[in-house]
Design a binder for this molecule. Structure first.
Ligand code: GLA
Length: 486
């Protein structure tokens, strides 16, 4: 088995905002690890995964667990050059996108901008539509994102997930859209998005087939990346099903994802690269802007808790202790984000309080905010959650830090995330118990004695607070604050 330790960062008194940073690519510095030995993969999380590397095969259905080629998580970061800057000429390292920068790298031009400097926001078809997504759904969703104000609060990418493809490639070997559900093809949808100030995302897979059995990109990476760029695609989610024999395991996975990343860079178009391998490995921040850390989300409270513990927890109840304290949070930085999967807000399986918690926790974890509901018919409670700009601002904070629990309690939790600005933090008081309860944030934990605070769900200024703040938090609910210390 693998053991991965964060050297030097294992003490419980380690301040939550003093972790090693992973700015600009390169793995967080203090990883010590061993290569996997090809044995059983780490359990993905309760109820899924845990199959040996190389087992594969997808599911067609919504929320089904994709075949799991669970990699071993034990490789130390390779120290690859990189980052995901949009740079000038000559940016060979990482996923630099040549040609965009005025003056080119090294010539003293403007500083490069970062692709996905803050967590991507948008919508994805899978959670709600699965294999029935169509161009009609995508177009009317884009219209709704504009008319209902989602675009204007930051939801930008409209991502078509699996089953957009025809069951076979064309005579030249190019991917093509399903002729029945996407008769006008993907380029027309990219145009439709761009005309409305939105961006288009698409989906493929590093294996021979996608998880739903459509053609995968294995062996066609350059052609597929060029095709996506030609169509005007802005975002690629790249899955991990139907991996051919010999490509199992972490090293082959790194190579395959890197190959597609390089092909996207070579296409000349800035394309956000979303790794979807349902497991974290330390090379991922060097290769993609975001990487799925968990299996497929389900629209249940139990599943949200399991994902939160895996993606955002620390040792006290971390579902898999392989990473040691403080979990995956140090890997987040501008251009690099842990992805605990798309949102289920509005899909009907949870209460509004639970959806508020789901959204608040994703925001404090600096997760991508990819809505997964039918935004065309969402009710006002769903709209109020998805479009809470106070909470969105926490997610989109330019420091790009991922918050984490700072409380000893693992049922009445206090989470904190450092924000841009002096002594500025987001705080979530999170009640996991079956009844309402008082939860207290002690400002000393954040490094100051008094603060002013704003409640990000009631949108009320709480004024100056001495020492601590206690709120009564409903069952499965949150109180979320923005706190500025003195
Ligand atoms: C996998 C992914 C899901 C979705 C499906 C599509 O299960 O993890 O997010 O993309 O494939 O088949």
């Amino acid at each position: 088995m693998i053991s991965l330790l964060l050297a030097g960062a294992c003490t419980s008194d380690f301040a939550y905002d003093q972790w090693p940073s992973n700015q600009g690519g390169g793995t967080a510095g203090a990883l010590v690890g061993e290569s996997g030995d090809g044995g059983a993969g780490p359990d993905d999380r309760a109820g899924r995964g845990g199959e040996p590397p190389g087992s594969k095969g997808g599911t067609g259905g919504k929320g089904g667990t994709a075949g799991n080629t669970s990699p071993h998580a034990g490789r130390a970061g390779g120290g690859e050059a990189g980052g995901n800057v949009v740079a000038g000429e000559g940016g060979a390292a990482g996923d630099s996108l040549g040609g965009e920068g005025p003056g080119g790298a090294g010539t003293g031009g403007a500083p490069p901008s970062i692709l996905a400097a803050v967590p991507p926001m948008g919508w994805n078809s899978w959670n709600r539509f699965g294999g029935s997504v169509s161009e009609g759904v995508v177009r009317s969703t884009m219209d709704a994102m504009v008319s209902k104000g989602l675009r204007d609060v930051g939801y930008e990418y409209v991502n078509i997930d699996d089953t957009w493809q025809a069951s076979s490639r064309d005579a030249e070997g190019k991917l093509r859209a399903d002729p029945v559900r996407f008769p006008n093809g993907i380029e027309a949808l990219a145009d439709y998005a761009h005309e409305r100030g939105l961006k288009l995302g698409i989906y493929s897979d590093r294996g021979t087939q996608t998880c739903s059995g459509r053609p995968g990109s294995y062996g066609s990476e350059e052609l597929d990346a060029a095709t996506f760029a030609e169509w005007g695609v802005d975002y690629l989610k790249y899955d991990n099903c139907h991996v051919p024999p010999g490509r199992e395991g972490d090293e082959a996975m790194r190579e395959d994802y890197t190959k597609m990343r390089d092909a996207l860079v070579a296409s000349g178009r800035p394309v956000v690269f979303s790794i979807c391998a349902w497991w974290f490995s330390p090379w991922m921040p060097d290769v993609g802007q975001l990487w799925r850390t968990t299996g497929d989300i389900k629209d249940t409270w139990a599943d949200v808790l399991a994902i939160v513990d895996r993606n955002g927890g620390d040792t006290s109840r971390y579902a898999d202790a392989s990473y040691g304290p403080p979990g995956l949070a140090p890997y987040a930085s501008p251009g690099h984000f842990n992805d605990p999967d798309m949102l289920e807000v509005g899909n009907g399986g949870m209460t509004d309080a639970e959806y508020r918690s789901h959204f608040s926790l994703w925001a404090i974890m600096a997760a991508p905010l990819i809505a997964g509901n039918d935004v065309r018919i969402m009710d006002s409670a769903t709209a109020d959650i998805l479009m809470n700009e106070d909470v969105i601002r926490v997610d989109q904070d330019p420091l790009g830090k991922q918050g984490r629990p700072i409380s000893a309690s693992t049922t009445l939790e206090v989470w904190a995330k450092q924000l841009a600005g002096d002594k500025t933090h987001a705080v979530v008081l999170f009640n996991r118990t079956a009844s309402s309860a008082d939860i207290t944030v002690d400002f000393a934990e954040l490094g100051f004695a008094a603060a002013t605070a704003r409640d990000l769900w009631s949108h009320e200024e709480l004024g100056r607070l001495e020492g601590s703040y206690t709120a009564t938090v409903p069952t499965h609910g949150v109180v979320m604050l923005r706190v500025v210390g003195e």
